[in-house]
Design a protein around this ligand. Structure first.
Ligand SMILES: [Zn+2]
Length: 413
């Protein structure tokens, strides 16, 4: 028998489906839980402060998701499409932001006749060793640039001013560095274009968070410590999710749309509280931060195939009419994966979701702890219980309004 869907029902289902999508990425529930449980990994000297503020740290676990509605710079911090950059372990992809900028920034000179010439860029790079980088320049000329010089140009002119996808550089400083290689006397504009950030900057952003948190501890700035700790927890959680490391982040390339929320929201919501073991032990000091972030992300990425293949398999094997159910949430009916279906998928993944989630907790605690140690283990006992000021309340309200009214600037996951 053919089912007829009445327009009102369809509208309702679409509406509910959309609202169910509002809080993705470990879901609100998952992110909250990760931040909360990380507090219990901390040594007494930190615990005294974090426990007082445990509600703040958990409540603000999804602020970064909300910010995706307010600024286009936010979305790219939540993921990295590693598949764009070759094959595991992506050895040719730089591990640091400055490295990625040096490799994947195109610099153009636009002369007075309005001719545009690419003067620096990955596709012009011929060779590189410890001290020099060789570029192709104008058909068959070659230029060899000392790496130190190249690096200092990027530190002073690119990293310092880097904000948008395309930006204009100061002609004088370009000439100062490169005039002997690329004469620009008749050039009147130098333009730089970022060629990698759109594919995600998650690992680089983690390093930024680590540095910011360390600074906040050095300053014993209670509010910053809490705000950054909460944000940091969000990004660490995202880094543990396999689908945050791939172009096929919502199964859209393999006809598995919706798998993102299934894996990281639905499954934890059903099973985390009852079944997952969050006793992950004591936070430990992280010596090499960059390696540590990349380990997390590469481990996540290695799980991408299983996440996708097992689900595809399950959809085929499981009775079709038992895959989706209607569930009640805050007095709303939402269509979502049935418990038995979610359980079967989760079982086939052999504890993968639990492992990624509890690893998030452990990593987060360890990174908070590391920032505190690097800041000289400041005494936190006299830092208070942080309440929001009127201004902060207003800011939070504006953030919430932009979530309610707007679209995400950038991608959804
Ligand atoms: Zn996120």
């Amino acid at each position: 028998m053919k089912k007829t869907i009445y327009p009102t029902t369809l509208f309702l289902v679409l509406f509910l489906f959309q609202s169910a999508h509002l809080n993705l990425e470990w879901g609100f529930f998952g992110h909250r839980l990760i931040n909360r449980m990380a507090v219990f990994t901390l040594p007494p000297g930190m615990m005294i402060f974090y426990k007082k503020n445990i509600e703040y740290v958990s409540d603000h676990a999804v602020d970064p998701d909300k910010r995706r509605y307010a600024t286009k710079h936010e979305a790219v911090r939540h993921y990295i499409d590693l598949d764009i950059w070759g094959e595991y372990p992506f050895e040719n992809f730089p591990r640091t932001q400055i490295g990625a900028l040096m490799k994947y920034t195109d610099v153009f000179v636009i002369d007075k006749q309005n001719d545009t010439t690419l003067v620096l860029g990955n596709e012009l790079r011929i060779d590189e060793d410890k001290f020099f980088i060789k570029f192709r320049y104008q058909e068959n000329k070659e230029v060899v640039i000392p790496k130190k010089k190249f690096q200092s140009f990027f530190y002073n002119n690119i990293l310092a001013k880097y904000y948008d996808d395309v930006w204009e550089l100061d002609l004088d400083s370009f000439q100062l560095y490169f005039d002997e290689f690329f004469p620009t006397s008749n050039g009147y504009k130098v333009i730089a274009e970022d060629k990698f950030s759109e594919y995600g900057v998650l690992p680089f952003h983690l390093m930024r968070m680590q540095n910011k948190l360390t600074k906040a501890f050095e300053n014993k700035d209670a509010k910053s410590i809490l705000r950054i700790s909460a944000d940091y927890g969000h990004y660490i959680g995202d880094a543990h999710v396999p689908l945050h490391t791939t172009e096929n982040y919502n199964g859209q390339l393999t006809n598995q749309i919706g798998i993102h929320a299934f894996w990281e929201s639905r499954i934890p919501e059903l099973f985390a509280e009852e079944e997952y073991d969050f006793f992950v032990g004591k936070a430990e000091y992280v010596e090499n931060k960059v390696d540590y972030f990349w380990d997390i992300i590469l481990t996540s990425h290695q799980l991408v195939d299983s996440v996708l293949l097992i689900e595809a398999d399950m959809v085929k094997a499981f009775p079709e009419d038992k895959q989706f159910c209607f569930d009640n949430r805050n007095d709303l009916t939402v269509r979502t994966q049935c418990r038995a279906f979610a359980e079967a998928y989760s079982d086939r993944m052999q504890g993968m979701v639990e492992e990624r989630m509890t690893s998030s907790v452990y990593s987060l605690g360890s990174l908070w702890y590391t920032a505190w140690v690097d800041a000289g283990q400041p005494d936190l006992a006299d830092l208070g219980n942080e309440e929001l000021t009127e201004r902060e309340k207003k800011e939070l309200e504006e953030l919430n309004n932009s979530v309610r009214s707007g679209d995400i600037k950038g991608r959804e996951h």
